[in-house]
Write a protein that binds this ligand. Structure first.
Ligand code: G
Ligand code: G
Ligand code: MN
Ligand code: NA
Length: 248
């Protein structure tokens, strides 16, 4: 598969870019942080979405250098711009299971090299990363928290036994998946509220993901969410959007 060969060379060829999507405070829309999202500009095939190449990168064992590059990049640009707020970086399953690199050391090194205060870095993980080797993952999460970074559970609600994870893992934040925001905002706003209150009951911060319309945003506000992310506030872009959008 030629895509595989291309992926191995993509980093060295400078084909990767980190985009940043704003996260806003509810209801002010003030930008409180950004999520770093990796983009691959393939010289022939054009843009390849991360959903396509990240699983491949895991499979062929190049996810670590790529993830390390994203982390270093995001930390460095965020360190130079305190006003852009918190910076969230997605972790991949391979980073937890690797025997070659130690994730905690890697994060520690990225913080040291960039000078980014640990409190500004948030690491996003998904439920599927918690399925295997639970004790090892738990130990890693506690060690990461020991560095002063925060941990967010991404795509909440799309996996299995979510409730169990909330009791066992030390998340600082839960990001409610956009599929829930989209359907519940108009079909069942009571559940949208209950989801927020559930996470709050575990002392976790909550972010409503994938807010695309004013109607969805009204439901998010009414349900008591304090942070939101989505195309309504800003798309992932190659630079930070530190200017809050005025309410319409
Ligand atoms: O940016 P977009 O919404 O297309 O991202 C699609 C998926 O790819 C999301 O699940 C997101 O978490 C994941 N993703 C984006 N950037 C990174 C990255 O740097 N590392 C990992 N592991 N996943 C990423
Ligand atoms: O899985 P994760 O939440 O890490 O990935 C974020 C993904 O969601 C990115 O691919 C990003 O482009 C996408 N995204 C962000 N905001 C919205 C939105 O409002 N609507 C939709 N459909 N996708 C969004
Ligand atoms: Mn994410
Ligand atoms: Na998500």
């Amino acid at each position: 598969r030629s895509l595989e060969v291309d992926l191995r060379r993509a980093a060295a060829n400078g084909e990767f870019e980190v985009y940043y999507q704003p996260v806003v405070a509810v209801p002010t829309r003030q930008v409180v942080g950004h999520e770093a999202l990796l983009r691959w500009h393939h010289p022939v095939r054009g843009r390849i979405p991360p959903d396509h190449f990240i699983p491949l990168a895991e499979e062929i064992g190049v996810i670590e250098p790529i993830s390390e590059w994203v982390l270093a990049q995001a930390c460095a640009v965020a360190a130079a711009r305190p006003e852009v707020g918190r910076i969230a970086v997605n972790l991949s399953a391979g980073q937890f299971t690797s025997r070659r690199t130690n994730l905690v050391q890697q994060i520690c090194a990225a913080l040291a090299a960039s000078g980014l205060p640990p409190g500004r870095l948030e690491l996003e993980i998904t439920e599927t990363m918690l399925l295997k080797d639970t004790d090892a993952v738990l130990a890693t999460l506690h060690a990461l928290k020991g560095l002063g970074v925060s941990i967010a559970m991404d795509d909440f609600g799309t996996g299995f036994s979510s409730l169990d994870y909330l009791t066992r893992f030390p998340f600082d934040r839960v990001k409610v998946d956009r599929s829930f925001i989209h359907t519940l905002a108009h079909e069942n706003p009571l559940v949208l509220r209950a989801l927020n209150e559930l996470c709050r009951a575990f002392s976790m911060h909550v972010t409503a993901e994938g807010v695309e319309t004013e109607q969805q945003y009204r439901a998010v506000i009414a349900s008591g969410y304090t942070e939101a992310q989505g195309f309504l506030f800003g798309r992932p872009e190659p630079r930070f959007s530190s200017v809050p959008r005025p309410p319409r």
